[in-house]
Each structure stands twice: as C-alpha cells, then as structure tokens.
Design a binder for this molecule. Structure first.
Ligand SMILES: Cc1cc2nc3c(=O)[nH]c(=O)nc-3n(C[C@H](O)[C@H](O)[C@H](O)COP(=O)(O)OP(=O)(O)OC[C@H]3O[C@@H](n4cnc5c(N)ncnc54)[C@H](O)[C@@H]3O)c2cc1C
Length: 518
C-alpha cells in the first residue's frame, strides 16, 4: 500500500517545482532532500555573520514567469530585482562598455567601440526575440523531436537557425554580426556559462541562446537578483509546495529506489526507512538516478552505455567574498554601473585561451568572470556599510592535471584577486572573508556530476529530444513509475523551473491514466 502518490528525490528548485505542481493537482507528495536546507544549487547561506552569500547560483531571470504565477511565488516571498544596468564590462585599456536597459543608451555605449556594431545591435536583439518566441514555449512542454521543432519556424528561418544555433560556434555566429572584439567577448561569455567548451567550439551559439531567455516583468533577455539572495526563490517554492499540501523533508537522503515487478514503488532512505509511493520523481542527474539508485541490472546495457556517455564536466568555480567596501573600477564612471553583472571577458580570444588551460587540466591562468555585488542594490544581504561579491569564474576542469582542488583554493583566490586588481586596484584590501567553491565541492555537496552546473552540458547534442539521452526525453524512464524532473531533463539547467513543471505534467497524466507505459 503506497504511503503517498509521489516521492520526489532532491529538494533543489526543480524538485520543489515538481512537488508544488503535483500537490496543487491533488497528489500526496513527499520531497526528500539530503542536505539540511532545500534549494540545491539555488541557495543563500551565511558563511560569515551578516553576509548572505549565493553559494552557487547567483543571478535570477531564467525562472519561467508561468511558474512564478501558478505557484504564487511572490506571495510566498519571491521578490525579484531587475538590474539596470544589466552589465558593466571594464576593458584592460581603461575603456568600458555598459549595458543599460534603455536600448538607445546601450547603443551609444557600443558606438564607443564600433558605430557599425551599434547599428547592428537592434537587429541582433530582434533576431533573438524572434528565435525566443519559438524556443521559450518549447521549453515549457515535453520536447518534440527536433525535426518537428524546426518546423515551428517560418520557411527559410529553420535552416538558418539550424546552422546558427546547432552547428556553429559562438565565434562564427558573433563574427557574422559584429566587428568589435570587446562586444563579442562579453556576448560570448554567455555562450559557455557552465559549459566545458570555448567560444570556438561548435554548438556554443545555442548555449548563448539558452542564457538569453531571461524574463523579468516586461523585460526580455535580462538578469536580476532575488531580494535576500537566490535562496529566497527556493524558500518560496518550498512554502508554496507545502501550502498546496506537499511534505518537504530535509536531512533525508535517498539510498535506493525500490523496484517491484519492474516498476518503481518507492525509495529507501539513508537511514534505512522505506517510503512506498505510486511514482518516484528524481531531480538528480540521469546517471545517478538510473545507475546508482536502481538495483544493479535494472537498466539494460545499451541504455546504461548511453547514460555513461552523457557529457557532464565541470567548467566553473565560485569565488565568494565579504567586502569592507565597494571596489573602485578604474574604468567605472561611478559605483552605479556596478548594479548588474561586471564581466571580465575582454575578447573571444581571451575566453578561448582561458578554455585552452582547462582543456588540459589546469585552472585558467587568466580566467573570465561574471561578478555581482548584490548588496549594492539589496542591502539586506550584508551588514550596514559592508558588501557581498560573488564571482563566477571560468574555466575550472572537473579534475586538475596536477594536485587536488582542495589544495588549490589559495592559488585560485590569488589568481582571481590578481586578475581583479588589474581592473579595480586595491580590491584585495577590501576582502574581509572569502571562500572558493570548486567543481569538486559542487559535485560533493549537490551531487552534480563532475561539478557540471546543468546536470549535463546544454550543447545541441544534449538538448530537447536528445536530453538526457535520445529515446528517453519525455521525463519517463525505462522503469515504469520512475521519472526525471531535474536539470538532466529537457530543457536543462539554470534556475528555470521548466524541467520540474513539465515533469509534473507527465506524472499527473500517468497517475490519472495508468497505462503501464510508466
Ligand atoms: C556554481 C553554480 C552557479 C550557477 N549560477 C547560476 C545562475 O547564476 N543562474 C541560474 O539561473 N543558474 C545558475 N546555475 C545553474 C542552476 O543553479 C542549476 O542548474 C539548477 O539550480 C539545478 O536545479 P535542480 O533542481 O535541477 O538540481 P539541484 O539544484 O542540483 O538539486 C538537486 C538536489 O538533490 C539533492 N540530492 C542529491 N542526491 C540526493 C539523494 N540521493 N537523496 C536526496 N537528495 C539528493 C541535492 O542536495 C540537491 O539539493 C548555477 C549552478 C552552479 C552549481
């Protein structure tokens, strides 16, 4: 006899979204999260008194507005802040590029580097708006086969998109649009976020698109903060799920998935308790779910082989710090330009060189960075007069060629700070506390394989109907009653909520109409 309808493994944002939708539909749901807090990669912690740090994910915007509305996340505490400017990019020669929300102001900034690029920029924005009009809805439903997906575009447009987004590198794509190395450098940064690939790698143009889907209010392609830190998003999700009737339990890991008669019928927890359910939805990656948690031999060898071939390598690390003040960037006219991201990405060549180091097992000698000083626009995250700084740093391979990540923290801090000193002299003296979150930490703390932030690269060979593996992309798995609801499934990673939303729909459908298919 099932004790509940659905057990959700993992209380990251997707597990919570799944639980929220299932509970709202009337299912009896239990979420089991092995960490003492919910949120997975979307948490805010207090490593130093008064400083609320986004340990992992640090910028919001990808979360689908439909989910915010339907789970009533604002009512439960989610309070988004839109950044303006969106980004500030200091250049090594002392110039800078600021991305304002106002398109004309933004164009004037780009014109400092190239008048031609400034003219092309609005066309580039419209190009993305057209593409995203098709991609965004496709993200909020189980994936259709790729040939059908391309039929959604206007005749002629499909072929161009196939070439642009699926076959081309970010470099080739951006070279078609722009001439200024500075503009292309910062745009290309989004083409490799969390992905073990450089801008010269084919397929990275799609990764750029994935990170363009941000929406806050009326604004598209934008990023922002969640007041109080990223963790307030998942706190709101947990409150919503609980409000709709789910039970969210922390400090309870799942050791194995119970299978009877070939069907998933519950889980065994790390303390040896069993919990029986009509269905199990796992928000951890596909490989661990199907190969580590299921009894050996449950999955047939051909599928097992494909699961072990999913590419999920680390690409980044975090350098998080508590500051005694806001650093002065030589190129910044004033601190107001630091309200959004500060990008260290002077050119595509710079990014590719950074990747070259990691390709062969080293932390980049000259890393690229995406930096936020959230306290500047949200004082609730730091004591009065103090500030937070989170640096998302690339590239950091899963394994170092020499030595271990645990021994590399001082080296990483030194390299990050000396890079920053070139743009903001004196920043080092403002650092009161720091922490380095390595790919190994990401893997160990969250269970993300290889420290890959998306539970598997979101490159064209691993998206839509190819995610997590061809043939099993609709949240169902080869084991009836077992579903994937995390970033490992379509449409992939980021605090986007779509995998959880889509998986919940499939589980609800199967609970209502059990067909034996799953
Ligand atoms: C360093 C870093 C920076 C990032 N930056 C951003 C960003 O700025 N913006 C953005 O949108 N996205 C960002 N991302 C990506 C995004 O945060 C993730 O893709 C997303 O949060 C993953 O959500 P999830 O629910 O699918 O998985 P997870 O967040 O990984 O949740 C899975 C949960 O399962 C738990 N778990 C694992 N094993 C078990 C088990 N056996 N039993 C029970 N529980 C278990 C884990 O503890 C975890 O809580 C970042 C990620 C990282 C790591």
């Amino acid at each position: 006899m099932a004790e509940c309808d659905v057990v959700v493994i993992g209380g990251g944002h997707n597990g919570l979204v799944t639980a929220g939708y299932l509970a709202k539909a009337g299912a009896r749901v239990v979420v089991l999260e092995r960490r003492p807090i919910v949120g997975g990669a979307c948490v805010t912690e207090e490593p130093w008194p008064g400083f609320r740090i986004n340990t992992f994910a640090y910028a919001s915007g990808l979360l689908r507005p439909k989910i915010v509305d339907e789970l009533e996340l604002v009512r439960f505490g989610y309070d988004p802040i839109l950044c303006d400017p969106q980004g500030f990019v200091p250049e090594p020669d002392g110039r800078s590029l600021t991305f304002w929300l106002d398109e004309q102001k933004e164009q004037r900034e780009i014109a400092k580097f190239s008048k031609k690029d400034a003219e092309a920029y609005p066309r580039y924005i419209r190009y993305w708006d057209d593409v995203l009009d098709v991609i965004e809805p496709a993200m909020m439903a189980p994936p259709m086969p790729l040939d059908q997906f391309f039929q959604k575009f206007a005749p002629g447009q499909a072929e161009r998109l196939l070439r642009d987004l699926f076959l081309r590198s970010a470099r080739d794509f951006l070279d078609d649009w722009f001439e200024s190395p500075e503009l292309k450098g910062v745009l290309a940064q989004s083409a490799s976020i969390g992905t073990f690939a450089g801008p010269y790698t084919p397929g990275t143009a799609y990764v750029l698109g994935h990170h363009n889907i941000g929406r806050l209010g009326e604004h598209r392609r934008v990023w922002g903060h969640s007041r109080g830190g990223m963790g307030t998003i998942t706190q709101a999700m947990a409150r919503a799920a609980t409000h709709f009737g789910a039970s969210v339990r922390t400090g309870v890991g799942v050791r194995s998935i119970l299978v009877e008669g070939g069907r998933a019928v519950g889980v065994e927890t790390t303390d040896g308790t069993t919990l029986r359910a009509r269905a199990v939805a796992s928000s951890i990656d596909a490989r661990q779910t199907l190969l580590d948690l299921l009894p050996t031999g449950t999955v047939e060898p051909s599928i097992e082989r494909r699961l072990t071939r999913i590419r999920a390598e680390g690409a980044c690390l975090k350098f998080n710090a508590a500051l005694d003040g806001i650093p002065k960037f030589t190129a910044a006219p004033g601190p107001e330009v630091l309200a959004g991201a500060v990008g260290i990405a002077p050119s595509m060549e710079y990014l590719e060189h950074a990747f070259d180091d990691a390709k062969f097992g080293d932390f980049s000698r000259e890393p690229s960075m995406d930096i936020y000083f959230q306290s500047l626009v949200d004082p609730s995250v730091a004591p009065p007069g103090k500030h937070t700084m989170t640096c998302f740093v690339q590239y950091a391979p899963t394994r170092l060629r020499a030595g271990s990540w645990d021994d590399a923290r001082e080296m990483v801090a030194e390299r990050v700070l000396s890079t920053l000193e070139e743009y903001a002299p004196g920043i080092r003296k403002l650092v009161r506390h720091w922490q380095v979150i390595t790919p190994k930490d990401i893997e160990t703390i969250l269970g993300m394989p290889g420290g890959n932030i998306d539970q598997g690269d979101i490159t064209p060979d691993q998206i839509f109907s190819l995610r997590p593996i061809p043939g099993w992309s609709n949240y169902r798995t080869p084991v009836p009653g077992l579903y994937l609801c995390g970033s490992a499934a379509h449409p992939g990673g980021g605090v986007i909520g779509a995998p959880g939303h889509n998986a919940a729909g499939v589980v609800i459908q199967d609970l209502r109409e059990p067909t034996g298919a799953s």
